[in-house]
Ligand binder design. Structure first.
Ligand code: F6P
Length: 324
């Protein structure tokens, strides 16, 4: 291995820049050439490359987003697109790729590998934390902190007006952001796709807490939750079936993806970037770097995309007890 390409793909996540920086500097440390590929797999197809050295990645560890930019490439889903990507890699004499992204990125890597037998190491970067084989993904911790900061502010209004707020958070089909931020922000109820609470049990529970003296409530709703999917309909249903509360909906949206990465995400990204180059040099192929019990591990791409629910169900109990 002499020359390594690095790209970010799929939804951006805070800490991706720190991961790129670690990959680039790790290459410099090991005397490998490094090439940045812009706009993920789409830039690979178009040959949108730029040589990167240790100084090219100065002053980015603290920045959100990804300076290499990102995309969800439709063309890479076609065999022709992947062939173009392979041709560019060969032309540029790139021997291996580091792909930073989520499950779509790793699915793309699997197919590309099958067709072209090209070495790729993955780094999990997504706020959703929905990747198997790693306790944490880059960007998740920052997103959690963004969410609790936003809910703390919403709480001021909820409390001043005796209101019930439904706060929708991201996470795609995973409830990690909702459950953890919900506990951290002291939510009354947390609706996640991994557990179907049901509208009537929700109303029952809200009624009980009102009787116990609560005057306002925050309900955190994961975007993937079944009853939360129609969050405005849910708000109406609650208003019609529970007396005494005004209900408001707040959809946090893309503010959850932006902002300066937390220290945890910067350190995680730095460790994963270094581990990715180490794995490449140790001849590992087709793997994603993960963190399990605070240690770096390698997980096969097929394991990483399994989509298994890795939510710690003990947290549901914690949420239930701490919201009585
Ligand atoms: O995967 C990150 C994520 O922000 C999800 O939480 C969300 O469902 C999705 O991306 C939104 O994607 P887009 O920015 O393409 O609308």
């Amino acid at each position: 291995i002499k020359k390594v390409g690095v790209l970010t793909s799929g939804g951006d996540a805070p800490g991706m820049n720190a991961a790129i920086r670690a990959v680039v500097r790790s290459c410099a440390y090991h005397n490998l050439e490094c090439v940045g590929i812009f706009r993920g797999y789409q830039g690979l197809i178009e040959g949108d490359f730029k040589d990167l050295d240790a100084r090219s990645v100065k002053n980015i560890i603290n920045r959100g987003g990804t300076f290499l930019k990102s995309a969800r490439s439709k063309e890479f889903m076609t065999a022709e697109g992947r062939q173009k990507a392979y041709d560019h890699l060969k032309k540029e004499k790139i021997d291996a790729l580091i792909a930073i992204g989520g499950d779509g990125t790793f699915k793309g890597a699997i197919v590309f590998n099958e067709e072209h037998n090209f070495p790729i190491i993955g780094i999990p970067g997504t706020i959703d934390n929905d990747i198997n084989g790693t306790d944490y993904t880059i960007g998740y911790d920052t997103a959690l902190n963004t969410v609790i900061e936003a809910i703390d502010k919403i709480r001021d209004t909820a409390n001043s007006h005796n209101r019930l707020f439904l706060v929708e958070v991201m996470g795609r089909d995973a409830g990690d952001i909702a459950l953890n931020a919900g506990i951290g922000a002291g939510a009354e109820e947390i609706l996640i796709p991994e557990q179907n609470l049901g509208q009537d049990r929700l109303i029952e529970s809200l009624r009980r807490s009102k009787l116990s003296g609560k005057t306002s409530s925050i309900i955190v709703v994961s975007e993937g939750d079944q009853i939360g999917k129609n969050i405005f309909g849910l708000a109406k249903y609650i208003e019609e079936n529970l007396e005494g509360y005004e209900v408001r909906v707040s959809v946090l949206g893309h503010i959850q993806r932006g902002g300066s990465p937390s220290c945890y995400d910067r350190v995680l990204a730095s460790r994963m970037g270094v581990a990715a180059i180490d794995a490449l040099l140790a001849n590992e192929r087709d793997v994603m770097i993960g963190i399990v019990h605070s240690k770096m591990v390698s997980v096969s791409f097929s394991e990483a995309i399994k989509g298994e629910n890795k939510l710690d169900m003990e947290l549901i109990r914690v949420a239930d007890i701490t919201s009585v």
